[in-house]
Design a protein around this ligand. Sequence first.
Ligand SMILES: [Fe+2]
Length: 285
Amino acid sequence: MLTMAIASCSKVQDVSPQPAWAEIQALEPDVLLLLGDNVYLRHDNHQNPDTLAAELRELYALQLAEPNFAALLADLHARGKDVVAIYDDHDFLGNNRYGGDVSDELRRAARKEFVQAFKPVQSGSEVYRVQRLGLVDLIVLDVRFHRTSPLTAGGDRDAMLGGTQWQWLEQQVAVCSAPYLVVASSTTLHTFADEAWEQYPGAFQRMVNLLKDRKGALLVSGDVHRNAAYDDSGVIEIVSSAVARRGIVFGALRKNYGILTFDATELHVELKSLKVGCKRPVIPS
Ligand SMILES: [Fe+2]
């Protein structure tokens, strides 16, 4: 059996303490998968690599020092378990920004801070990778570094990942032999909010074709501030987002996460979605 906790979207400058991490720790997962927006840049228009790096470094330090998060990471480490992370937009360049649309220096500065914070297993400088976890082969995609705006990508089949990462992904899917194949993407495959693979029709269809008939395959994602599950394209997608966020309208604390339990014959998915501290709206008389 393998228990995987999935989570994304943590805004430490707005939510601290972050109680969801303590709940996850109590469940003693075998792996923690952080699906991006693990911190939130305060500024979305960075052009200077040094300024961007300094802000990311400060935010990662805050997040890593948040007591519940730090305790969870320490517990996973002590038990010899994996922490697997990837960034999305808010912990890379800012809201809805893409590495393929900015200077190489800027996107490399963002990636370097992520690497220093979470120390992913790397081949070369790229952060996409495969991690073999027994029952599960986990493929972690980088859908930010090589991506451009959907307006310029059009129907390009290489969109979202770039040609080299696409080739690598298809090779990995062909050789993965574990009973389950989990593909981690910070951006959702299906449309739940303003960003999704569906905005890139060539890449979306290529991913659907790659995974839809493969037994034991699913995609996990974050970003959209809610939990969800969807399979209309033929690909199962499990979304968990807003592990430590406040709702925009009423300010309720969201502490959403997912627990995926894999055994030899069955996958059990539990999506925890709790809102506490919701205030009634004040209606002006
Ligand atoms: Fe995001």
